[in-house]
Design a protein around this ligand. Structure first.
Ligand SMILES: Cc1cc2nc3c(=O)[nH]c(=O)nc-3n(C[C@H](O)[C@H](O)[C@H](O)COP(=O)(O)OP(=O)(O)OC[C@H]3O[C@@H](n4cnc5c(N)ncnc54)[C@H](O)[C@@H]3O)c2cc1C
Length: 382
């Protein structure tokens, strides 16, 4: 077994680390002001991170998914809000088009998304359908040569500013709940009958805006369906596997940032006549976090590697997502504790990591749902 990175993977990791350093201070300021991090997104687009493992013929970088996971681990250390928006472009919309789109659809939608010139969204969740998307109620009916979309999507990341979105809707209501769903490619800028809801006030990831999208007889052209009609839930779940690897990588990034800040602080802070890092209680906390973060990174890279090998990675992605996001939460919580009262202040970054890490246990499928996926696989194998 060879754990070493290829020269290409090392180079992406190094570049992402440098770029992350450059935006760190700005990310803190934007989070505090609750502002949309356009400048950071533009910078990352210029550096080629939006299309990292999307095909070069459509504006991507042609890298492997391990490189993408490594980049996310670095970028999320600086600005998790921008990392998640980049991720939706890359691994949900971009990967969806790359894996399931027709040549025409790829030519039309992929290049601006892969170059970060247009933001894209992924709209699966509804008011009554979160963990169980098979119960979604948005309807897509055939009308003339096209489709008409009616229904509401919630929690749509970047939805207020995105140019394009993949929207899941029930295209054949007569079928069983998990069948008869299609994924539609929607140009949000030109589709009539779309109302964008107000921005949700979130506890963390404050730069990554979340809105509802309300479709009311929204007209879509005939060629809006991604992949085979009525197979959309299968496609959406396949895309979620990709998304979970990225979510795990972001969590590793947040966790590493929390560990770094806690260690730095513990070295400098003195109580009882010595740096608090000298207390064994502090060292054990740091050692546990370092070990769990290493394990989280390895699980994440293994899931990405399986994807690159063309092997099944659903369970590996669920394990990585569950473990890495729980580890990031623990790192933020213990890291904050190491800073004592100062950890609770906005002057230090731990409270932000704490708020940002929490979302990872929920989005791209909650960690309870990750356990369902893992258990299902276990039971199948027995
Ligand atoms: C920051 C953020 C960004 C997001 N971005 C997007 C986006 O861009 N696009 C999008 O479509 N969605 C997005 N979401 C929505 C997210 O995917 C859902 O919130 C998530 O899937 C959970 O759905 P829900 O909130 O409706 O919770 P519910 O499904 O109502 O779950 C409530 C609780 O019940 C538990 N639960 C449910 N079913 C089971 C079960 N079978 N066994 C055990 N426990 C169960 C859940 O784990 C959870 O703890 C985002 C969410 C957040 C917080």
């Amino acid at each position: 077994m060879d754990f070493s990175l290829t020269p290409e993977q090392e180079s992406v990791q190094k570049r992402a680390r440098q770029v992350a350093q450059e935006v760190k201070a700005k990310a803190v300021r934007l989070d505090r002001e609750g502002r949309f991090p356009q400048e950071i997104l533009d910078f990352w687009a210029k550096e080629g991170f939006f299309g990292l493992s999307l095909p070069t013929e459509y504006g991507g970088g042609g890298g492997d998914y391990v490189s993408y996971a490594l980049a996310q681990m670095e970028l999320a250390q600086a600005c998790p809000s921008s990392a998640i928006m980049l991720h939706v472009n890359h691994s949900l919309f971009g990967m969806g088009l790359h894996l399931f789109g027709t040549d025409d659809q790829k030519r039309c939608f992929l290049p601006p998304v892969a170059r970060g010139e247009a933001l894209a969204a992924f709209a699966l969740t509804e008011p009554q359908a979160g963990s169980d998307p098979s119960r979604l109620q948005t309807i897509a009916s055939r009308e003339g040569d096209g489709w008409v979309l009616t229904g509401q999507k919630n929690f749509v990341t970047s939805g207020h500013i995105a140019h394009f979105a993949l929207v899941a809707a029930r295209s054949d209501p007569a079928r069983e709940p998990h069948k008869g769903i299609s994924l539609f490619i929607v140009d949000l800028k030109i589709t009539p009958g779309l109302k964008v809801g107000p921005m949700e006030e979130k506890m963390g990831l404050r730069g990554a805006t979340s809105v509802s999208l309300d479709f009311n007889n929204a007209q879509l052209p005939d060629d809006s369906v991604l992949g085979e009609a009525n197979q959309g839930l299968k496609l959406a779940l396949a895309l979620m596997d990709h998304a979970r690897v990225g979510a795990a990588a972001q969590a590793v990034g947040i966790g590493k940032a929390a560990l770094h800040e806690a260690l730095t602080y513990a070295r400098g802070r003195e109580q009882f006549g010595q740096p608090i890092v000298q207390f064994q209680a502090t060292q054990w906390k740091l050692a546990d976090l370092a070990t769990d973060l290493e394990a989280a990174a390895l699980l994440t890279l293994k899931a990405a590697w399986l994807k690159d090998q063309g092997r099944p990675f659903t369970t590996a992605a669920a394990m990585a997502k569950k473990f890495a996001t729980d580890t990031a939460m623990a790192a933020a919580q213990e890291g904050l504790q190491i800073l004592g009262g100062y950890g609770y202040l906005q002057d230090y970054p731990l409270e932000r990591f704490f708020r940002d890490a929490k979302a990872g246990q929920i989005y791209e499928g909650t960690n309870e749902i990750m356990r369902l996926i893992i258990a299902r696989d276990l039971l199948r194998g027995e």
